[in-house]
Design a binder for this molecule. Structure first.
Ligand SMILES: [Zn+2]
Length: 244
């Protein structure tokens, strides 16, 4: 996994999703100095991270780093130098991008999905000029470890279809979160183009609330790597002309 223990997915318009792991740092307190260092290593651009509440609020970031700490579960932007981050333990991080250069990041747990956070994020992207929206799904909990009450599961199945109904290792009802995210994306005409297929519960490399009651959080970032960072950003044509 590179860089910094991350799963990387290329998205349209030169965008990229980097889904971090434990190896990329603990982002549970984004203001901690250690977290600031980890942010630079994972994606060297001003981060917009969110105060996530499992709702359907989407912030529109109009300059790099804007809306940092806002109470919301998704962010969208067309700023080429912004990095949109969501933090997860077992919930699904979803990266979104369109060819027109509009990107989004979504924190999708079952409550957020039921509130329509994925559809709200895609709609916000379209209002910024996105046409076709492509999605990448980072590591999240797999159904075998995601036991669910029958009543809650039925609610999700009513909204997103029977494909979300699964069983856990002991045969109890379980939610297939990946299937629910897939159904939410389909519902708003977005296409899943990359899937990490990693289970946070089983992977020793990820924080998991269900497995370990971990308070740590991995971060997933959507950004335009070619527009940011020290590797590409500081060696532009202007610098070369000056012989730097
Ligand atoms: Zn698992």
């Amino acid at each position: 996994m590179t860089p910094s223990g991350a799963w990387v997915a290329s998205l349209p318009g030169g965008a990229e999703m980097r889904a971090g792991s434990r190896l990329s740092g603990d982002f549970s307190d984004p203001l901690a100095p250690a977290s600031a260092r980890s942010q630079c290593l994972l994606a060297d651009a001003p981060w917009t991270w969110l105060d996530q509440v499992h709702g359907n609020q989407v912030v529109v970031v109009d300059q790099p780093g804007a809306c940092r700490g806002a109470q919301a579960d998704a962010a969208v932007t067309r700023c080429t130098r912004a990095a949109l981050a969501v933090r997860t333990a077992d919930c699904a991080p979803v990266g979104l991008a369109s060819r027109e250069g509009v990107i989004g990041a979504v924190h999708a747990g079952w409550r957020g999905l039921m509130a329509g956070v994925v559809e709200a994020a895609v709609a916000a992207m379209r209002s910024l000029g996105a046409g076709e929206v492509s999605a990448a799904l980072g590591p999240c909990i797999a159904p075998h470890a995601y036991r669910f009450s029958r009543a809650d599961l039925e609610q999700v199945a009513e909204r997103y279809g029977r494909g979300v109904v699964a069983a856990d290792d002991a045969g109890y009802p379980a939610l297939d979160l990946r299937a629910a995210v897939g159904a939410a994306l389909s519902a708003c005409g977005a296409t899943l183009v990359a899937d990490a297929r990693a289970c946070t519960h089983c992977s020793g490399d990820h924080w998991s609330w269900r497995a370990n009651r971990d308070t740590g959080r991995q971060a997933s970032v959507v950004w335009f790597p070619g527009q940011c960072g020290t590797t590409v950003g500081t060696i532009g044509p202007v610098d070369r002309d000056r012989g730097v």
